[in-house]
Design a protein around this ligand. Structure first.
Ligand code: B4P
Length: 189
């Protein structure tokens, strides 16, 4: 199985590029952000909890996210592989993902790190907020999300370098150009 982690700061294009990877390689897709937004829309207890964190630019507690991940992963049958979009976001989540895959005889094939300068992230997310009305895409919350990214999520770069699965991708440029670099990395596996 091809198990791909797509990684990057908020607005780095994880969701955008995941959609293309899913289409080209026929993988299943787990976007923890999409799962949480669906729970919020449906007014579930999980959604109510998640909304408080997301609107404040914070991460949802690890224990909750790890349970969600395993149940979505196990719902895929006869999968060619999975793209993990927005997960892991903490060292605890990376440890849990590794353990969960190992229990199932699997491992992460590659971690794609989409690197984008901060001013570009801000521009993209403010634009997305204006177009979609997403509550967490406003300047104050984006700034908090970037602080959380640097303190809790960016340490995963070294974690995956040590794991031997890290792959840097330049996330600045046209969506097609970035996708082409991603495909080259996947095709080398
Ligand atoms: P996510 O839904 O994962 O979203 P994101 O990081 O904000 O954006 P992404 O990188 O997917 O960017 P996109 O392609 O959309 O997270 C939302 C929140 O959920 C988190 O803040 C957190 O609270 C919570 N959460 C999620 N997972 C969690 C976890 N594992 N643990 C705890 N909490 C969790 O691109 C952004 C915009 O840029 C789009 O409008 C797109 O069109 C544009 N764009 C993309 N590529 C471009 C390019 N090359 N050039 C110009 N624009 C581009």
């Amino acid at each position: 199985m091809l198990n791909i982690v797509i990684f990057g700061a908020p607005g780095s294009g994880k969701g955008t590029q995941s959609a293309r990877i899913v289409e080209k390689y026929g993988l299943n897709h787990i976007s923890t952000g999409d799962v949480l937004r669906a729970e919020i829309k449906n007014g579930t207890p999980l959604g109510t909890t998640a909304k408080g964190y997301i609107d404040n630019g914070q991460l949802i507690p690890d224990a909750l996210m790890i349970d969600i991940l395993a149940s979505v992963f196990d719902s895929f049958k006869d999968s060619k592989g999975v793209i993990f979009d927005g997960f892991p976001r903490t060292i605890a989540q990376a440890d849990a993902l590794k353990a969960m895959l190992k229990e199932r005889g699997q491992e992460v094939s590659v971690m794609l790190d989409l690197e984008v300068p901060e001013d570009e992230l801000m521009t993209r997310l403010i634009k997305r907020g204006q177009e979609s009305g997403r509550a967490d895409d406003n300047e104050d919350t984006i700034k908090k999300r970037l602080v959380v990214y640097h303190s809790q999520t960016a340490p995963l770069i070294d974690w995956y370098k040590q794991d031997g699965t890290y792959c840097h991708i330049n996330g600045l440029g046209s969506m097609d150009g970035i996708f082409s670099e991603i495909c080259q990395a996947i095709d080398r596996l």
